[in-house]
Design a protein around this ligand. Sequence first.
Ligand code: GLC
Length: 714
Amino acid sequence: MIFNPRRSYLLLALILFAACGKKGGGSDDAVKAFDREAILEGNIGFACMDDDVESRVASLLSQMTLEEKVLQMHGDRMEDVTYALGVERLGIPGMVLTDGPRGAKPSPATTFPVGICRGATWNTALEKKVGEVMGAETRAKGADVLLAPTLEPVRHPRWGRTQETFGEDPFLVARMGVAFISGVQNHVMASAKHYAANNIEDTRFTVSANMDERTLREIYLPPFKSAVMEAGSATVMSAYNRVNGDYCGENEHLLRDILKGEWGFKGFVESDWLVGTRSTVKAANNGLDAEMPGANYFGDALVAAVNDGEVSMEVIDEAVGRILRQKFCFGLDRNPVADPSIVESADHVAVALQSAREGIVLLKNQGGLLPLNKETTGSIVLAGSLADFTNLGDYGSSSLAPTVTTTIKDGLVAAHPGTLFLDTDTLSGEEETAMGDADAVVIVVGNFWRDEGENMPIVDPETGLYTEDSGDRKSLNLKPEHEALIKKAASLNDRVIVVLIGSGAFFMDGWLEDVEGLLMAWYPGMRGGQAVAEVLFGEVNPSGKLPMTFPKSDAQLPVFDNTSTEVEFDMWHGYRLADREGYQPNFPFGFGLSYTTFEYSNLRLSTDAIKAGETVEVRVDLTNTGDRAGDEVVQLYVSYEGSAVERAVKELKGFGRLSLNPGETKTLLMEVKAEDLAYYNMEAGAWTVEPLTATLKVGPSSANLPLGAELEVR
Ligand code: GLC
């Protein structure tokens, strides 16, 4: 054999590489829980940091009149979308902004499951695809900014816009938000909203959410910090409410100190619509860049304020510069072509269906009733007035309708043509008999737009009249007629499956024990009915995990005051509260069943000690020990021992999905930075990585963490 030095070195290198890979350092065959580079791929948000845009912006600012500059700092008019103007003579393009978190308005468009359902997928790779579809359809409709995602962690399930966000935990919401924004910003600007702590709907225009700095930093801001610093969100929408007394649209601490100062935000802040801007001088000086949708404060009044010396030209130039930078980075001056033909394409609809499939959470499956066997299951009775209702979510700003919606009735009848559908919540005698004789009973109950949603004048589609309904939920109870229907079904048949529709937690005492199957389907979007049927019949193995705690009663919840104009927020809600108070909720954060079983093993860390600036690689093996393929969301929580301050009993600091065939084992790789374990030190006014012993716990839910490992933080 002729000695070929090049080939030998290559061979040697491969051997060395393979060897070091086995020691668990370097890149073994582990699946990355959060594939940062894949998620960020194509995100224009980071293309903005380049010099020729800066020089172009500077040159334009030197040519623009004050009136032309101020024209950039407000919307022009709101129709089905909102229009903002450009400056023709200088080649500055206008800008079109449209909602929202469920898809690109106006209807029709691909209508996704609501954010909370997508939060239940814990699938950042899929959520990036969702963002890409929504971004592409936004562009296809000739718009430049998608007013999404909603990133407030859910403090209390009665909040009327719970459906729009990704869940109760800041880490989960942050990761899903980064994925979504990166997808959207492959096409158009995203808008991280509503900054910040917009967690009560009925008093949203006036309430002040009062909290200490640690609560603000550790609970309510992390999704926005990630949106800006990890996903380069082009815009941030300031919220209607006040935080510690100051309206968010003129809150210097939020806008200048934190967002533009500490986080180095390069995009622009637009106010929420109509009453999101509350002043001219204070708002401009405190960091608001654009009033939407019109010019109550940022029109002539702002020109006058500059001429009177109350607002400096530097403030104006900084705001206008931010707006121009994003316009050019996202190519608005290149007149991107709108191509409506891609809206609701089969590929796009397929992503909406996949989100529904993965967001449905199987909460109870007694005696292996589910999945129903299509062949051997004879008569199925489907009951409930919501089963055939087009129930895509609220009629607030995020409302959107596709050309065709698959209801649960559509999905079940298509999957099992013999299904008897009772479009009612109260049964007649013969309906009771049919239900009693059925092989299986499916009951659909829950909420619709009148029960919860954005609090705004809404045109009732049935009557065509304006109604003030919706807003915060009155309670977490099911409607009495829905509870009665469940109890009736349970008294007639011992194979009853309840499908819950809504934004989140319901109280279940009084019927949970009496039913055999329970699914949480949220508002599952335009193909939600198909996804529900696929889960019921086992074509899809459910993999959703709760992105919010389902408590037993109000006693397990923080106070929800949606009438006062001053409310106190603290760090304790959801699983953090449950752990602190020792509550056992009906279903814990991160919980979800599968039709197969999984085994966790071999938790190992790349090091047993880290200090600030360092990262630990956490690997865990997962085996599918059942007889069917399935996905599992692995969760990593951290507990702290020896902290200088009170910490949560545990906090989510990592998660990832694995798809496994029966008998298959894969390794998941999660990374935890020392900074992820820091607390916000109010005395120092800074994040503090403190010396302590962290215990990293891994498992299928916040209440089931079979594996643990200690990590010294120095
Ligand atoms: C609404 C909402 C906001 C929406 C905006 C434009 O009031 O609070 O989420 O993007 O106005 O519709």
